[in-house]
Design a protein around this ligand. Structure first.
Ligand code: NOJ
Length: 771
């Protein structure tokens, strides 16, 4: 054992002296959005004193992140790199590790950093805690469908509790990339297509992860990613080029990122894509001008996995050294898995190509967050074995994820009140490999979870014992191994079990078919050009339908699917996404009416893949309508409607709601607009139910054309049968304006429409004018 605790003690002593001088109590909570300039000053003073004793190499070390033991969440680094890990930790050349998890392993690496390196600076431990650590919540796109900010925040809190109990103190979430392209596999990880809803969700998730006190041992640092434009990859192909205009960047892509700043997010991740010819990782405009200067972000930016090195393949940097130079100049503070900062930054400083001030600033940002976490007070605060055993997978965490799972389900169609199911005397045929799948509901970001640990639909349905349930797979969705990082092979030929399904359907009162994508068919690197039911499942559906058309189709998937045939023929369709550990219980409770579905789509479902990108807040064009029968000169397709299959905001309930008496108080002026909107909503059906009342506006004429509808408010309400509630919304300069093409926020006079309803395409409307 070298120096052991001595280094840590020396450093602690320095901080103690600094603290005494400033007489500040460092044990008090600190996050950016609460109290106290004093506390920040105290931290800055500590960072200053630490930086003053660090060598250039040690400062660069803080900007270097190593992958951990076994989980690879990106391409394998060069041979030999991993072997250097311990040596570099001892030399103080590593600031962070990712994919190290569990108290035992985290303690091992932390101990080396703290007790064996010269200065004993603790590591920050990052992990993709995307929708849960071991107790898995619904995928983020599903959670977005709940439109329930409290539930979303709670779900992030549970994730933070479990991850922090496993030694982790930094999550690479939330992903706040807006996307309009269901071909892109990562839509599962975001909040859908809308910047307003996306911003609210971004805020809820950051607050859930970080809590009010970042130094508590059950909160973790959040990371807003991927900055920026990643969700607009051309043709929905992951990592592809992004080329978009200022208006889309400012009005669609940036708002959720800005919302995370308001919520106090402490880290950002840049992005694999190039944006208008400049890779995001080396993009000074994004990282320095916008994020660090305009938005005053004082946390740190981590690169995406290997994205610094990838600037060579982009054709932007001529080699690794140039890439390191461009990334640090562009504003990236920490290198995830390129190892180029470690290899070249010192040399670049010595050669005068990089000002050491940039290194100091980046190291300062990283150290600042480590102080905020309280890691210097106790580097092992997340390493308590007893806590790990008690908290991870607790009954109360399962209760929370079950609650959000039910709230995430969207009832897409329910003809003839096919649902809810009768609880007694029914013969039910349950069909589909996904119905017994205990792995897929966990999604693709679930490294901390046990394989096959989700409750399947079959298990959920079996709890309702007064019906006769028969189960058959009918067909496999995939062939062979399916796991993270491995290409999924789809079953396109094997229909040998179809006949079992037909037989099961023959005598059933109701057929429940669970079809869609397995967990690893969406997520990173999993783009698709066809977004119907994969493989032989469509054929299976049609085959069973011929035998018994009384079908409830339960979809499990990580992206909008084009299910036009099903919509036309199947009486009831339930969107159940990948719902996490409690998936089967949530689905069964909804099918049986023990929970009345209340989810609304956060992303448009197309009729066919050719309509993509399709989204509700589109522009009108100069030729929006059919000029006369059979005339072609208008904006349309000759083989498909313009409208979606299911619109943004769509979602049914077992009860029904009526909107009336929309009133708009329009006495406001342009200088200080305050438009008050109210509407009455009545539960006109038989069941108690929840409704998401949505408010949209349209600015009819503007200096930059505005979309036909923009979400500007929503409220989740609960109504008893026959009950009416009046809902109030307020529009102000924050909701009535937009960014013009010079990036200025403007509110312009003129006529507006206002729409309120239970979906973007089912609204009542009124209007007002700003003068
Ligand atoms: C690459 C992904 O794009 C990013 O979101 C993730 O956090 C990192 N890999 C680390 O696993």
């Amino acid at each position: 054992m070298r120096n052991n605790n001595i280094n840590f003690i020396v450093i602690t002593l320095i901080f103690f002296l600094v603290s005494c001088k400033k007489s500040v109590n460092t044990s008090e909570p600190l996050v950016s959005n609460i109290n106290s300039v004093e506390l920040n000053k105290a931290i800055e003073a500590k960072v200053d004193s630490l930086l003053s004793i660090m060598t250039l190499e040690e400062k660069i070390g803080q900007m270097n992140q190593y992958n951990g033991f076994w989980d690879l969440t990106g391409p394998k680094p060069e041979e030999g790199i991993a072997a250097k890990k311990y040596d570099h930790l001892r030399k103080g050349l590593v600031g962070s590790m990712l994919n190290v998890r569990g108290v035992k392993d985290v303690k091992t690496v932390q101990k080396i950093a703290v007790e064996e390196s010269r200065l004993g600076i603790p590591l920050i431990i990052g992990f993709d805690v995307i929708h849960g650590y071991k107790t898995i919540s619904p995928i983020p796109l599903a959670e977005a469908a709940s439109w329930d900010m409290e539930a979303i925040k709670k779900s992030a809190e549970v994730a933070a509790q479990e991850a922090s109990a496993a030694g982790i103190n930094w999550t690479f979430a939330p992903m706040v990339d807006i996307s309009r392209d269901a071909r892109w596999g990562r839509v599962m990880e975001g909040a859908g297509e809308d910047p307003f809803l996306g911003s609210k969700i971004a805020e809820a998730r950051v607050k859930g992860f970080q809590g009010d006190d970042l130094s508590a041992n059950n909160t973790i640092v959040a990371c807003a990613k991927h900055f920026a434009g990643y969700g607009f990859a051309e043709s929905g192909r992951d990592y592809n080029t992004v080329d978009i205009g200022t208006s889309t960047l400012n009005n669609i892509i940036f708002p959720p990122f800005k919302a995370t700043i308001k919520a106090g997010v402490r880290t950002f991740m840049n992005s694999f894509n190039e944006l208008n010819g400049v890779p995001a990782t080396g993009n000074k405009f994004l990282q320095r001008d916008i994020l660090k200067n305009d938005w005053k972000f004082d946390g740190f930016i981590v690169s995406d996995w290997g994205s610094i090195g990838e600037m060579v393949a982009h054709g932007y940097a001529k080699d690794g050294k140039a890439a390191a130079e461009m990334a640090i100049s562009g504003g990236a503070d920490m290198d995830m898995e390129s190892y180029l900062y470690a290899a070249h930054l010192a040399e670049l400083v010595e050669e005068g190509k990089i000002d050491e001030k940039l290194i100091n600033d980046a190291a300062r940002r990283v150290l600042r967050i480590k102080f905020e976490l309280g890691l210097f007070d106790d580097p092992y605060k997340y390493c308590n074995k007893k806590r790990e055993e008690e908290i991870i997978g607790s009954a109360s965490n399962h209760k929370t994820v079950l609650d959000i799972a039910k709230k995430s389900i969207v009832l897409l169609k329910n003809e003839n009140s096919t649902l809810p199911l009768k609880k007694k005397g029914q013969k039910i045929a349950l069909i589909g490999a996904l119905a017994s799948d205990k792995n897929s509901p966990l999604g693709s970001w679930r490294i901390g979870a046990e394989d096959n640990s989700a409750i399947s639909v079959l298990e959920g349905m079996q709890k309702y014992e007064d019906n006769i349930l028969t189960y058959t797979k009918g067909a496999n969705v995939t062939i062979g191994e399916t796991k993270f990082g491995i290409e999924t092979k789809i079953n396109t030929t094997d229909k040998s079990e179809f006949q079992n399904a037909v037989k099961a359907a023959r005598n059933a009162d109701v057929v429940i078919m669970v079809l869609g994508e397995i967990g690893f068919q969406s997520g990173e690197g999993r783009s698709r050009t066809e977004i119907g039911l994969p493989g032989v499942q469509q054929e299976l559906l049609e085959t069973v339908y011929k035998e018994n058309p009384n079908i409830v189709l339960v979809l499990t998937n990580g992206r909008p699917l084009a299910i036009t045939w099903a919509d036309k023929n199947i009486p009831a369709i339930v969107e159940a996404w990948h719902l996490g550990s409690q998936s089967g219980n949530a689905i069964a409770q909804v099918l049986y009416g023990d929970y009345n579905p209340s989810g609304k789509l956060p992303m448009t479902f197309p009729r066919s893949v050719g309509q993509i990108p399709i989204y509700y807040n589109y522009k009108n064009t100069g030729r929006p309508t059919l000029p006369a029968p059979d005339v072609v000169f208008w904006s349309h397709y000759s083989d498909q409607k313009n409208t979606p299959l299911y619109a943004f905001g769509h979602g049914l309930s077992y009860t029904s709601f009526k909107y009336k008496n929309l009133e708009v108080d329009n006495t406001s002026s342009i200088n200080n607009p305050e438009i008050k909107v109210s509407v009455d909503i009545t539960n006109t059906g038989k069941y108690e139910g929840k409704e998401v009342a949505q408010l949209y506006i349209r600015d009819l004429f503007a200096s930059v054309t505005r979309p036909v509808k923009e979400l500007k408010g929503f409220e989740l309400i609960s109504l008893q049968p026959g009950e009416t509630k009046t809902i109030h919304f307020e529009l102000d300069s924050e909701t009535l304006g937009f960014y013009d093409n010079s990036g200025q926020w403007v509110v312009e006079p003129g006529e507006f429409k206002v729409f309120v309803g239970g979906s973007s395409n089912k609204t009542i409307e009124s209007n007002f004018e700003l003068q």
